[in-house]
Write a protein that binds this ligand. Structure first.
Ligand code: CP3
Length: 343
């Protein structure tokens, strides 16, 4: 068994208590994070300044002793690495110059990624050198569909109608964009692994916006290609996929993609996940982040229910989506204690 509890569970071991980390575990709910971000002068500067990004990655590990750290960065940075503009405005999330035509897709500069994103790889190496021996390090990227949503729409939202219409109006042109993002993502994650990441997670946060055939074409197929490309270079690398909102389309997802673990959102029924996902792969999830805001007995009851339902196979405890800024930091102490106490 690996000395990392987290990695051994991704590889199929069942452990009690389950390893635990939380999506967006570094962030605005932590006062020390807000201080580090102020020191950087902005969010993008924070992501691109290794000393400060290393510090942000380590903050939640020091406070809570999670089983895994996740690289502090952001999903649209890969677009920046390919030469697209990227900006963060207070309270708005990422803002990019939207892609509108094929010439801009052809002009994406994959060769500039190693230089423009060198600070990200430096952060990975710096974090690994400073982490406790038993804490694993996760690298990450957006999955191509979700990255394309931001690159075509130009900003966040919940519907991404410009991106969906672009895809449906000219699927071959959209295939070309997805194809280039897939190639870029393999290189980006390979470099994170060479710098010290021991597992990677692919965030497909907007997978739930696509109907079945489009989901297979633009979520499943690129994720399959990325996993195959990474495993050709790193056969033992565990890959976690997060097709958020996929619902019943998760059935068959592991067989189709080769993912070692699937992050599930809070809407997925646990008995269903135990049968249709956990028989094939590790399940990571899925406490509703609002229960972490509420805390107390309501949170503890739900943590026990999730642990019991997924105790029969490999399970990594996590939220169903990222931590929100309103979370009181001591509720996270309570969560970790509840995940680690005897069932
Ligand atoms: O601790 C960690 O999990 C590591 C860092 C991390 C961030 N973003 C930091 C961040 C990770 C893994 C991400 C992934 C990410 N980024 C996703 C996928 C996960 C998901 O939430 O679905 C997506 C969709 C993004 C894009 C993004 N970045 C949005 C929509 C926003 C704005 C919303 C918000 O929370 O403000 C961001 C900004 C962002 N990414 C922040 C952080 C800490 C807040 C920026 C700030 O400090 O002002």
């Amino acid at each position: 068994m690996s000395e990392f509890r987290f990695l051994s569970v991704l590889k199929g071991d069942t452990l009690d208590p389950p390893p635990v980390w939380l999506m967006r575990q570094a962030g605005r709910y932590l006062p020390e994070y807000r201080e580090t971000r102020a020191k950087a002068g902005g969010f993008l500067a924070l992501c691109l300044t290794p000393d400060l990004a290393i510090e942000a990655t380590l903050q939640p590990i020091r406070r809570y002793g999670f089983d895994a750290a996740i690289l502090f960065s952001d999903l649209p940075l890969l677009a920046y690495g390919m030469g697209r503009s990227l900006d963060y405005r207070e309270g708005e999330g990422p803002v990019l110059e939207p892609i509108t035509d094929i010439a801009q897709i052809d002009a994406l500069d994959l060769d500039s990624i190693p230089t423009k994103l060198a600070p990200v790889y430096e952060t990975v190496a710096g974090v690994r050198a400073r982490l406790p021996a038993e804490t694993a390090l996760i690298g990450f990227a957006g999955a191509p569909w979700t990255l394309a949503c931001y690159m075509v729409q130009g900003r966040g939202g919940h519907e991404f109608v410009v991106a969906r219409r672009f895809a449906f109006a000219d699927p071959e042109r959209f295939d070309h964009l997805i194809d280039r993002l897939t190639t870029a993502t393999i290189g980006y994650l390979d470099a994170q692994v060479r710098a010290g990441a021991q597992a990677v997670q692919l965030f497909d946060s907007w997978a739930g916006l696509l109907p079945e055939t489009a989901f297979r074409r633009w979520c499943v197929e690129p994720v399959r290609r990325i996993i195959a490309g990474l495993k050709a270079k790193h056969p033992d690398l565990p890959v976690i996929a997060f097709p958020r909102g996929a619902g019943p389309l998760l059935q068959g997802f592991v067989a189709a993609t080769g993912a070692d673990a699937v992050q599930i959102d809070a809407s997925i029924p646990l008995d269903w996940a135990a049968h249709w996902v956990q028989q094939q792969a590790c399940v990571q999830g899925n406490l509703d982040p609002q229960l972490l805001v509420v805390g107390g007995d309501a949170m503890r009851r739900e943590i026990r229910r999730i642990r019991r339902a997924l105790a029969g196979g490999p399970h990594v405890f996590n939220l169903g989506h990222g931590i929100v800024p309103e979370v009181p930091p001591h509720h996270v102490d309570d969560l970790v204690a509840a995940v680690r106490e005897p069932l």
